[in-house]
Write a protein that binds this ligand. Structure first.
Ligand code: ADP
Length: 266
């Protein structure tokens, strides 16, 4: 609590009482703490690749440049770490934009045909799943499913979920994306045959920077923000996102969005 005290004075300037005003500042304090944690985490995440970039560039300048066999190896590491930083900065910018009230008020939700958005997301990721020899099966996209959404943001959610399925499924795995309508809602389900998520971690995976296995997530090239962004967007669109998983069997994410007809008829 924040307490303000103001003395009352009577006619003779004697203090006749004290007015105390209590302000509950816990939520404000919590918001500040969360913001500070986020900045600390983001700084650590950026510092890790930056340290590697600096270290390898220094080693090259200190003489390794004259050793051709090291040149390519070190430059490759510098490139990969810069690429990681780039992806992280893009995700941070996405989150910042989504968090800005002003931006959210500008976003116009409209009728979005789900099929073409899913197909576009699949197209963007084709080299990724093909490289890992995954089978990607997509069903329901020829149905005229219309959600009340925003095409770019919906595509972003699908890309993030598919990217995770590709990353956390050992080569040669199976990924299934299905979309359908149920009453007044559009459902999109992404199911993989991957490493799965332990039950104790499942409630935390939508938190910013939370990873089940830090080392694995790092080699897979994640930023730790993909699911936080997906949840943020889905909720912005008035929907919800759920995860179910079994270790070594696979993970299923289901997003639910309001169907366009449902909204336009009310
Ligand atoms: P990252 O960039 O690390 O993938 P995300 O926010 O996308 O971050 O996901 C958070 C964590 O949830 C991941 O680090 C991973 O441990 C776990 N995860 C997400 N999707 C899957 C999946 N399909 N299979 C297994 N684990 C997953």
């Amino acid at each position: 609590f924040q307490v303000f005290l103001a003395p009352f004075t009577g006619n003779e300037k004697d203090i006749t009482g004290v007015l105390a005003v209590f302000h509950d500042i816990t939520t404000l304090q919590e918001m500040h703490d969360r913001q500070a944690d986020f900045v600390t985490n983001a700084s650590h995440e950026l510092a890790t690749p930056l340290t590697a970039i600096k270290g390898f560039a220094e080693t090259l300048l200190d003489g390794a440049l004259t050793q051709p066999e090291l040149n390519e190896k070190f430059v490759r590491i510098i490139y990969d770490e810069a690429d990681r930083m780039h992806r992280l900065v893009l995700d941070l910018l996405r989150l910042a934009r989504l968090s800005a009230q002003e931006y959210r008020e500008q976003v116009r939700l409209d009728a979005v045909l789900v099929g073409p958005v899913v197909e576009a997301a699949k197209q963007d990721l084709t080299p990724r799943w093909q490289q890992k020899n995954h089978t990607l099966i997509i069903t329901g996209t020829t149905e005229p499913l219309t959600a009340l959404a925003h095409p770019d943001w919906l595509k972003q959610v699908i890309v993030n979920l598919l990217e995770n399925s590709i990353k956390y499924t050992p080569a040669g795995g199976k990924i299934l994306l299905t979309c359908w309508q149920e009453d007044n809602e559009i459902k999109i389900k992404v199911k993989d045959s991957g490493i799965g998520i332990p039950a104790k971690d499942l409630p935390l995976i939508f938190d910013r920077f939370y990873r089940v296995d830090r080392a694995r997530a790092r080699t897979a090239g994640g930023t730790g923000l993909g699911l936080a962004i997906a949840k943020f967007i889905v909720e912005m669109l008035g929907g919800r996102i759920e995860a179910a998983s079994l270790v070594d069997v696979g993970t299923t994410f289901t997003i639910t969005l309001p169907a366009y007809e449902a909204v336009s008829n009310t």
